[in-house]
Design a protein around this ligand. Structure first.
Ligand SMILES: [Zn+2]
Length: 249
């Protein structure tokens, strides 16, 4: 294979790996934001659940105060009942006692309802707290993984830079210039495998003469359509059914 062609194929691999690493690193703030968003949602659920429990308690306490008021009145009526002189007075005070008892009964029913609801709300709060704890644990693990990944990405970027510098040193400067110009114009991909007579990146069919030259891998040949530098990978096992069904043109 042409030495420069071999070098730019290796260069492309390094550049693509570097781009992937840089893209992954650039995603970190987004990933951190998503992570914090999930944590915030879990915190909010806990806060809301606590608020519901507190509202329930306050409502219940307010009713308990009402019960106390009615009980106070009830005992006064009962004292009055002991001291009444006439039948009419007795009936009147009995009526008040009945009314107060009815009020207390209905308030106590509502307290019971609040107590049942309190059990549900407390359970919901505990579930929300458990979900937050799980989310916090997952976030901690994600952050640790992200930091490890980031370190290894930075290390591999440094390694790539060293290897790239070495490759560039051995490369013909004209070919390097061509490679870098195409990479700039073509989204970072300056080389393309020619497969079955087609440029595998832009999918345009190559002229037979061009493809025949590319097959030899002995010259720097560009795709007529996307200008990428073409190379050919000889099939490792030409007799497989797969390659028979896709004959080279
Ligand atoms: Zn092409």
């Amino acid at each position: 294979m042409n030495k420069d062609l071999e070098t730019i194929i290796a260069l492309q691999k390094l550049d693509s790996a570097a781009r992937d690493a840089e893209r992954r690193l650039a995603e970190e703030p987004e990933r951190e934001k998503a992570l914090e968003g999930r944590l915030e949602a879990a915190r909010l659920s806990v806060a809301l659940a606590k608020e519901h429990v507190a509202e329930n308690q306050n409502a219940r306490r307010a009713i308990e105060k009402d019960v106390a008021v009615h009980q106070g009145r009830l005992s006064k009526f009962r004292e009055t009942a002991m001291a009444v002189k006439t039948n009419q007075e007795y009936h009147a005070v009995q009526k008040e006692i009945g009314f107060a008892q009815g009020e207390i009964k209905s308030l106590e029913d509502r307290i019971l309802e609040y107590m049942v609801e309190a059990d549900e709300l407390t359970a919901a709060m505990k579930r929300a707290e458990a979900a937050l704890a799980a989310e916090q644990k997952a976030a901690d693990a994600d952050r640790r993984a992200m930091s490890t990944e980031s370190q290894s990405l930075r290390a591999s970027l440094e390694k790539i830079a060293t290897e790239r510098a070495e490759l560039v040193r051995s490369l013909d400067s004209g070919v390097l210039q061509m490679f870098e110009m195409i990479a700039r114009k073509r989204n970072g991909i300056a080389v393309a495998e020619a497969r079955n007579g087609i440029c595998s990146v832009c999918h345009v069919r190559l002229r037979p003469q061009v493809f025949n030259t590319v097959l030899k891998n002995e010259a720097i040949v560009q795709c007529d359509s996307c200008n990428r530098i073409l190379f050919f990978i000889p099939s490792a096992a030409p007799a497989t059914p797969d390659s028979v069904s896709q004959p080279t043109q």
